[in-house]
Design a protein around this ligand. Structure first.
Ligand code: SAH
Ligand code: SF4
Ligand code: F3S
Length: 484
């Protein structure tokens, strides 16, 4: 599969399409006597969140405004995920629900993009069962969305365009509409070459390609100047980052940590096979790199890891975790674990429970194995019966919850710096944020620290010290002691 750079010609075409769409919607706005709106519904990982910010950036340039939540919009884009079957089911359910909106107003546009579109069966199903979907395109051609949308508006018939090409996109060429005013998502590499036998990502996102380090550093400088406090360096496998001039992820992280203005530099995901002691040393010696490592384990059994095509052993994983605990004692380790991979025996599963106890993960995303079409694992013998998977899953969850709670409990009595993310969704006078170690903190502001001119939303992106007073399974509670 060829990897190509976005050409100047494509960018000219894209900008022309944006102008044409803008004109179309401004006349529709006059005839309907209201603003024209968009919504982008995002499923899946942070990379998809980042793609959605680009889709929103392009939609804003077309003169559309974000639709109020739960209101039908004039352009709805579903940015899908294919990682597990339930993510796909949600899309099909939601597509069924927008049928009525489309019937109500035939000018409404429905587009589907994201990882699901790279699985031919999904595209066939959309064509067959959801003919009212106007546009289907894949994540490798995000920057061409305006061109496709223009064609749909001109021709008024379903357009399906799935490319066989992996693009290298210089992200500064795509407008971004950032959802959070303090956090910037910055992809540094795209795709994946690892082909873990259960995973759809290499099929959906194509081969690994890294952005130039100079482009990334320029973007980071601009973000710091614009006042962003937190940056999240993203990739399916950030530590296999390699720029065309041979720079590695450690080089990039080191340079990023020197940029003045960022209080938090986060990165995900790291692959255990590529994590080096140098990265851990850098975390230990920098004040603005989060003291948190997301290191997906998947299984604690060497046999299962082998069949998953994860080229590390439980011993390698433990060694990395031990080194991190030694060098960053206040830090946290999170992980991903799959339960019920084909052929997983009770003994294999116990090895997973054992390593959970040894590493004491501060948090974990636990998943029931889901067979993905076209992957090697989908046709492996000994697929595990559903009831066995759910029973093991419950045991793992119970154990991991205990360690997550203990990790939160260890924070009680400490005063930690928190980057405020906003008001809690359930109680508006409670603020929420994260420590440098990525612990989630809910806290109140004592009367004497309250600033009457500020609403809860005004605190978003500010730093404060919080005294942590109690722990819950997934968060800690406390009170602000100083606003910075
Ligand atoms: N690139 C990252 C993971 C991306 S996908 C990494 O390798 O660490 C996020 C998580 O989804 C994976 O870590 C894995 O735990 C889970 N996952 C991927 N495919 C899955 C499948 N077929 N069934 C269940 N969980 C899956
Ligand atoms: Fe999937 Fe493995 Fe690549 Fe992660 S490293 S995206 S789990 S194939
Ligand atoms: Fe899902 Fe694609 Fe991310 S499959 S997890 S949205 S890369």
């Amino acid at each position: 599969m060829a990897i190509i750079r976005v050409s100047q010609d494509e960018l000219v075409q894209r900008d022309a399409a944006i102008s044409e769409i803008r004109e179309y919607y401004s006349s529709l706005c006059l005839s309907k006597g209201r603003k024209m709106t968009y919504s982008v519904r995002t499923y899946g990982c942070q990379l998809n969140e980042s793609d959605s910010e680009k889709l929103c950036g392009m939609l804003e340039q077309m003169g559309l405004v974000s639709a109020p939540e739960d209101e039908a919009s004039d352009v709805t884009v579903f940015n899908t995920c294919a990682i597990r079957e339930n993510a796909e089911d949600r899309l099909f359910g939601n597509l069924g629900m927008v049928k009525a909106d489309k019937k109500e107003d035939k000018d409404r546009i429905i587009a589907v993009c994201g990882c699901m579109t790279k699985i031919p069966e999904n595209v066939d199903r959309i064509k067959k069962s959801f003919p009212y979907v106007d546009l289907v395109f894949d994540p490798q051609q995000l920057h061409l969305f305006p061109v496709y949308l223009r064609d749909v508006l001109r021709n008024r018939k379903q357009l399906v365009n799935i490319s066989a090409v992996d693009y290298i996109v210089d992200d500064s060429l795509v407008p971004v509409f950032r959802k959070r005013k303090f956090r910037a998502l910055v992809p540094i590499m795209y795709g994946c070459n690892n082909f873990c036998t259960y995973c759809i990502v290499p099929y959906a996102r194509g081969r690994e390609r890294s952005r130039d380090m100079s482009d990334i550093l320029r973007e980071l400088d601009e973000l710091a100047c614009a006042g962003y406090k937190e940056v999240m360096l993203l990739g399916q496998n950030v530590n296999s980052y390699k720029s065309s001039d041979g720079k590695t992820f450690t080089d990039l992280l080191g340079e990023a940590s020197k940029i003045k203005g960022f209080n938090r530099i986060r990165f995900m995901s790291s692959h255990p096979k590529d994590i080096s002691e140098r990265i851990v040393d850098l975390i230990a010696s920098s004040s603005n790199i989060e003291t948190h490592l997301h290191l997906p384990l998947q299984s604690g059994s060497d046999e299962v890891l082998k069949r998953m095509n994860r080229p590390y052993s439980r011993q390698d994983f433990l060694k990395t975790a031990d080194y991190f605990r030694k060098m960053v004692p206040e830090g946290s380790i999170s992980t991903d674990i799959i339960v019920g991979f084909p052929g997983e025996t009770e003994e294999d599963f116990r090895r997973t429970l054992e390593i959970v106890e040894q590493v004491r993960f501060d948090s974990a995303f636990t998943f029931q194995y889901s067979a993905r079409p076209g992957t090697k694992a989908a046709s492996m013998p000994d697929q595990i019966p559903h009831e066995v998977v759910t029973e093991r899953f419950a045991r793992l969850l119970e154990l991991q919850n205990e360690y997550a709670y203990r990790s939160n409990l260890a924070k009680v009595g400490r005063t930690e710096e928190v980057l405020i993310e906003g008001a809690s969704s359930t109680a508006p006078d409670i603020l929420t944020g994260r420590t440098l170690s990525n612990h989630l903190v809910n806290f109140t502001i004592p009367e004497d620290l309250k600033d009457g001119s500020k609403s809860s939303d005004d605190y978003e992106g500010l730093l404060c010290d919080v005294l942590i007073e109690s722990a819950r399974p997934y968060s800690v509670d406390g009170k602000m002691v100083r606003l910075k």
